[in-house]
Design a protein around this ligand. Sequence first.
Ligand code: WTA
Length: 571
Amino acid sequence: MAVENIPVREGKPNLKDYEKARESFTWDEVKKNFSWSETGKVNMAYEAVDRHAEDPKKKNKTALLYSSPDREEKVTFSDLSQSSNQFANVLKKYGVSKGDRVFLFMPRSPEFYTSFFGILKVGAIAGPLFEAFMEQAVRDRLQDSGASVLITTPDLLGRVPQDDLPDLKKIVLVGEHDQSGDKYIDYETEMNAASTDFDMEWVDLEDGMLLHYTSGSTGKPKGVYHVHNAMIQHYATAEWVLDLKEDDVYWCTADPGWVTGTSYGIFAPWLHGVTNVVRGGRFTPEDWYGTLEKYEVTVWYTAPTALRKLMSAGEEAVKKHALSPLRHILSVGEPLNPEVISWGLDAFDLRIHDTWWMTETGAQLIVNFPSMEIRPGSMGKPIPGVEASIVDNEGNELPPNQMGNLAIKEGWPSMMRAIWNRPEKYESYFINGWYVSGDSAYKDEDGYFWFQGRLDDVINTSGERVGPFEVESKLIEHPAVSEAGVIGKPDPERGEIIKAFITLNDGYEDSDELREDIRKFVKTGLSAHAAPRELEVKDSIPKTRSGKIMRRLLKSWELGLPTGDTSTLEE
Ligand code: WTA
């Protein structure tokens, strides 16, 4: 279905003229908005929280509008400033200091945000883990990062490994529990005893702030390392792309275990002192429309998977709700189908603005601005201060309309600064001064970028990145499984689903029960979103002569496509 270009709407976007902004822009202009440009004292926690708490006009403003099926809470900037001071005191008391890694493994809750800023206030590096992770996923991340403290809930404690984690000294438990022993810290007791005053640890713009683990096509998940300097880009994009204004009520639906949930679920709105809605619990269309309505959300950042689900819930569902405050919708994480944009025009009478970026890039890079014509199916254009291009494998730029590697000129403010423990992996992203994203795309004559697909084997299921190697490794831990190859299979709702091909060990027979048991094994061992939806038993898995699983071939077979060059196939 062809969907026509959608012209700019009436209104007063913060960024009025995109082309003009690009011409003369320098990042130094944005730096003027931060207190550190005058004081020299830097900390994200100051700019996002304490700065507003010190402002008599803002301190009693609602920072967080939290709700979940069984809890609702309003937290002001002043509340958040004080509670995060308390938590910083707790961490300090137990010896946490600058550069230490402190991980969070808990559902979205006011305590999550309190802890998160407490971590930053002592100068430590926060590592948020998605609450659906199971033991193996938690273990890999804690081991690699060498985290010394973990904050979790009694419900999730069962998934926290109790061995093989020599660096993990303390576990903070949020909620009622019956753990005793030196290793455990009771959140409530310690918070009650802690002072609401804290001497912020001032850091350097290049000091570590955040570790987000993400999946590649090979090996274990990698720790993408971000520094405080990223705030420059969070601030700017919140203004230009989210179009945030002082009185907005903003809702980003992403979990802070993923980068969207931190960069745009924490930093971007709060750097501007904007009221931030956080909704915990599972997705249902009724609940999501209800949240938009109840909190009179004005700006909404979500993902294609959710939009597709809302779309399939039908027109009735949306028309039941009064959503007139909503004025701006954005999407990220996977290709945004033109059909969904077209539905958005009917359902909300609003344009849906696609944005492209990655865990590694730390913030939005290629976007549809409110002040720009939308070409449905296109990710839009690079933000001011960023140069994007399509390059070949040697890093040479390609002409318009030619497909190649989507690449960004090195040096934007929110760029990752390292892959934790893996300098060679970090280096491998860069060719000839370009950061090469792993996505393929082309650029049209007018400078709009069009996403084509991933160039590696990384699977994007419902907007979440899953590494096939991780799933394969888990599968072969099951006693019945001998070998495994995992691919992403196109799916109309989820973008891709995970399909696994396996061979069985002697003595095992293929059956529905066995396949279900294997699926469950991945689900409970690794994480629900990484469990294959489809499992197929094969006599053999195609491998190269050097023993690498040929996922491309599996995919071609699955999709009935030509198999291409198979000269490296084992036999
Ligand atoms: C994909 C999420 C198409 C892409 C912020 C990228 C997209 C990966 C888009 C990063 C988009 C992200 N259109 N694909 N607008 N945005 N992607 O690290 O393949 O979880 O490389 O970061 O998601 O996923 P990540």
